[in-house]
Structure formats: C-alpha cells, structure tokens
Write a protein that binds this ligand. Structure first.
Ligand SMILES: *Cc1c(COP(=O)(O)O)cnc(C)c1O
Length: 392
C-alpha cells in the first residue's frame, strides 16, 4: 500500500485506519470498481452491511419512489414507511415495540437505557448489564465500555460504569456474576468482530432460562448476526431463544444507515421524553429497509440464500482442508483461522489480486459476502483465495 498517496488523497479526513490508495467509485452485486476501473470481488460488503450486495435493484427502486414523496418528517409526526417497517419487524420477531435509529451503537445505547429504565421500575434500581470478553457493541462512550475488546473500556477515561464482563459461551460464569444490581445480560449470538466466535450449542437457550429464573433481561445484539446473516432472519432463531430486547443494524438497511431496537411489550417501559433521535423513524431509510425486508422474507429469496450458504460452506470447507486451516461460522458469516499471524498479509495480497476479505484478528480472515452470492462468484473466490493463501 502506498501510504503517501493515501495521505495526500485524504488530507482532510481524520486518519483512523490504514486504507489502500484505491478510491472506490461504483458497485453492483458482489463487485466493486475503483476509479481506475479495477474490479474487486467483495466478500466484506462494508462489514456485512450490504446484505444483497452493492446497489441492489430493490433498494434503488424503493429509494427512488420514496424520494419523490418525502425524505424525513421528523419525530413529531408519523410516516407510512417507518410505521410499516416497525410493524413488519415486530411481526417477524415477536417483539412488539420498535425504536428506529441510524447505527448499531445507537440501537445498543437505546437498549441499555431501556434495560436501566426497566431496572428502575421493576428491579429496585438495578442497572448493571453483564457483557462478555472480546464482544463488540459499538464505539460510543458507553458502548466502548460495554464492549469486551481488550483495552476498549480504558481508552477514554473515566469509563462508563455498569458493564461487568464474563467469558463468552460460559453460562455458569454469567450465573455467578448475577447480583442485586444486575438488570440484564447482553451478548452477540455469534461474536462477529472477535473473529466469528460461535458459542457452544444451547448457549442462548441456557441464557434465556437463566434470565427467566433470576428475573433479569436477555438482550441480544444482533447488529451483525441479524437480517439472515447466519441463516434464519435472526440468529437466535437457531435455538428458539427469544430475547427481551434485540438490536439490529448493519444488514437492516442493506447499506443505508438504519438500525432498530426491539423490545417485548412488557419490557418497553420508556416514558414520554425518555429517548428519541433527530433521524429516528426516517422515511427514506425505512422505505429502503422495508423493501429489503420484503425480499429477504420471500420464499424464493430464502431458497436462493440457503443454496448460496451451502455452496459457500462447502467451498470454504474444501479450502480449509487443503490449507490445514480452521473454519468457523454459519450461513454467510465465516472465519478461516490461519496457523500463524499472517491474516493482514493474506488480506493485502487478496486485495492486489482483486478480492476483498477482512483480517478480523492477526490469525483470522473473515468473509461476509452478499447473502445471494452466486455459484460463479463463489468459484472465483476459491481461485483468488487459494492464490492469496499460497506461500511466498
Ligand atoms: C458493527 C457492530 C456494532 C456497531 O454498529 P455501528 O453501526 O458501527 O454503530 C454493534 N454490535 C455489533 C455486534 C456489531 O457487529
């Protein structure tokens, strides 16, 4: 990577990560093109955001139609797309109250506020939300402290209090950590940013039972795993463990900045003025998300997605066997575990070959393609990934 070019080209953007010099200009489906016309096969999709790939027709058409009507009416008024989106999400999840926001972190903030409110009303002022090591819940001040990424909660002192941590996948550790001040447990169904860490089978079901037994809330951060990323629309449906509060983001807008916090009727105890947001219930974003949701939940698309996931798993399994790598994940969220810390080198090499993948950890490559990535694209992934993994 030519960092000199990057610096001159982005002199006014805060430098918060290292990026290749290429400027992305156009995308369609599983492909991105840069300003020089180079094409990239995209198995990152803006971090599992573009669930149907770049600029899917369904989104383009829905946005065009809504743009001609109204973009945003503000929180003081109802609008049809936001009401319809909330209704569909409630029907599909069984969580009947929905708050719409614009990012995963914001949805999680709302979730923790709601849990604390519920604690004030129903659990003697309990406010602690137990989270897990290596978890990721966003980058606001409170969510950096809720996250279990090493060092995250000490980076911007003073820390936001109230997020004790336990090892992921360990129900007994949660049981031990629950005290009088505990109001909720918050976990990801699969830890995404940690490198696609899949918990032992039954983890969510056991947490559900534990929370019921101890009278606390189960809060699932499905910002990455939701919207069919792991197979079913929500990852907790693998285990039939329905949360009290759930957050969605990333795939919800297929590239649009929209997120949601959903709660059970009895838990949705916010009072007037307790929460809100300038862009909450955004008509244009909601119209886009609604159109995507209709497609994602259609029978034909569900079948396409299932076939795509099977092909992807088989192909990655083959590559893992050939190269002696670990493979973990589900649906369209996968990690290849390397035997040494060369993930960034493999990622950079893949980039040069025209393939976008993510180095989630020094030894972990993460793949999160469009949910309808097809046979030809998966075959192309195989060719490019093998070349990137080849020694030398
Ligand atoms: C990405 C992510 C977030 C943060 O979402 P933003 O939209 O970046 O605020 C929160 N939780 C999980 C599980 C995520 O993967």
């Amino acid at each position: 990577m030519d960092t000199a070019i990057v610096e001159s080209a982005t002199a006014h953007l805060m430098q918060l990560n290292v990026r290749p010099a290429a400027r992305m200009e156009r995308g369609f489906g599983s492909y991105l093109w840069d300003t020089s016309g180079r094409r990239y096969l995209d198995f990152v999709q803006a971090w599992a955001v573009n669930c149907l790939g770049h600029s899917p027709d369904v989104l383009t058409h829905a946005l065009q139609r809504q743009l001609e009507r109204v973009v945003h009416v503000g929180g003081a008024f109802h609008n049809q797309p936001a009401d319809a989106l909330a209704g569909r999400l409630a029907a599909l999840s069984g969580l009947s109250r929905v708050f719409l926001a614009c990012s995963g972190a914001e949805a999680n903030e709302a979730a923790v506020k709601l849990a604390r409110k519920w604690g004030q009303k129903h659990r003697g002022g309990a406010f602690e939300v137990i989270t897990t090591y290596d978890s990721f819940h966003g980058r606001t001040l409170a969510m950096t402290c809720a996250s279990g990424k090493p060092g995250f909660d000490r980076a911007f002192p003073p820390a936001v209090q109230g997020f004790p941590k336990v090892p992921y996948g360990d129900v007994a550790a949660v049981a031990d950590a629950i005290g009088e001040r505990t109001v909720a447990v918050m976990v990801e169904p699969i830890q995404g940013e940690a490198g696609v860490v899949v918990p032992p089978p039954g983890y969510l079901r056991a947490l559900r039972a534990l929370c019921d037994e101890r009278g606390i809330l189960l809060l699932l951060d499905e910002v990455q795993t939701g919207m069919a990323r792991t197979g079913p629309l929500f990852a907790h449906q693998h285990e039939g463990a329905v949360p009290d509060i759930m957050t969605l983001g990333k795939g919800l807008g297929g590239g649009l900045p929209i997120s949601a916090m959903l709660a059970r009727e009895q838990v949705a105890c916010f009072e007037l003025g307790d929460h809100g947001g300038t862009f909450s219930g955004h008509a244009l974003l909601s119209a886009g998300a609604l159109a995507l949701l209709e497609l994602l939940t259609s029978e034909s698309h569900t079948a396409v997605r299932a076939r795509s996931a099977q092909r992807l798993e088989a192909s990655l399994g083959q590559i893992a066997r050939e190269h002696g790598l670990g493979l973990r994940g589900r649906g369209h969220l996968w990690a290849l575990v390397l035997r040494d810390d060369r993930a960034e080198r493999v990622r950079d090499r893949a980039f040069e070959l025209g393939l976008l993948i993510n180095a989630a950890r020094p030894n972990v490559l993460r793949l999160m393609p469009a949910l309808d990535v097809n046979e030809r694209e998966i075959a192309e992934l195989g060719v490019l990934l093998r070349a990137a993994l080849a020694p030398g």
